[in-house]
Design a protein. Structure first.
Length: 202
C-alpha cells in the first residue's frame, strides 16, 4: 500500500462498473470514519501521462472524496490519511490490458455484483483483449482464466463462464440499443438480440 495525491488519479470513462449508488458512497464514508479503510482502491501507474489510472474501487474513492470535503481524516492500515490523499494498491506496470481488465472484473464481482449490462461489456472486452494478444485464444481459455479468479473454481463454474462469454460476445455489440439495455437480464437481452437479427434478415 502507498499513499498518493488524489489529483494524480484518473478515472477512465470505460470502467466496467458504470453506476455508483450515492447511498453506498455515504454509508462507506461513515464506515471509513468509524473503522477505517480495509481495502484501498486499486490503480496502475501510467508513467507516460504521469498519473495513476483507477482499476477498481470507484465507490471507495468517492467515499474518500466525500470525507475530504468534510476536511477531516481517516485511517488505512494504521496510517492517517488527510484530505487530498488516497491510499492505493498498485498493480504491476508490466500487466497487459487484458490482465488489468481481469483484475478489475475480479475486484468488482467479489464486491457488489455488476449490473448485467456492465458484466456483459466487461466479459466481451476481456475476451477481445485476449484475442488481440493471441489470435488463437478460445473462449474456453478465457473462461478458464475467469474461473481461476473464483474462490473455489470448479468445472461447472468454467462451463458457466464459457456460456457467459459466448452470450456477451453476441450481446455486447447491441448494448447501445435502448430496447436491449432495458432487458431484465442477459438471457432476456440475448433473446431480444436474436429476434432483432431475425427481423433484420427476414
Amino acid at each position: 500500500m502507498r499513499i498518493i495525491s488524489r489529483d494524480s488519479i484518473f478515472i477512465p470513462p470505460s470502467r466496467q462498473r458504470k453506476v455508483v449508488v450515492p447511498a453506498n458512497v455515504s454509508a462507506l464514508a461513515q464506515s471509513l470514519l468509524s473503522v477505517g479503510l480495509l481495502h484501498p482502491p486499486v490503480v496502475v501507474h501510467e508513467p507516460d501521462y504521469n498519473r495513476f489510472r483507477l482499476v477498481a474501487g470507484l465507490t471507495r474513492l468517492l467515499a474518500i472524496d466525500k470525507i475530504a470535503l468534510q476536511e477531516t481524516f481517516f485511517y488505512c492500515n494504521k496510517q492517517m490519511v488527510t484530505p487530498g490523499e488516497v491510499p492505493v494498491l498498485e498493480l504491476a506496470e508490466a500487466l497487459s490490458p487484458a490482465e488489468i481488465a481481469l483484475a478489475e472484473h475480479d475486484e468488482n464481482v467479489r464486491r457488489t455484483e455488476l449490473p448485467w449490462q456492465d458484466r456483459v461489456a466487461a466479459l466481451a472486452e476481456i475476451h477481445s483483449l485476449r484475442v488481440a494478444e493471441n489470435p488463437k485464444q478460445t473462449r474456453a481459455q478465457t473462461a478458464r482464466e475467469l474461473a481461476g479468479t473464483a474462490r473455489a473454481p470448479t468445472q461447472r463454474h468454467e462451463q458457466d463462464q464459457i456460456s457467459a462469454i459466448t452470450e456477451a460476445m453476441v450481446i455486447a455489440p447491441h448494448l447501445d440499443d435502448p430496447k436491449i439495455q432495458k432487458a431484465r437480464n442477459a438471457t432476456e437481452a440475448l433473446h431480444l438480440v436474436y429476434a432483432k437479427e431475425e427481423t433484420a434478415y427476414a
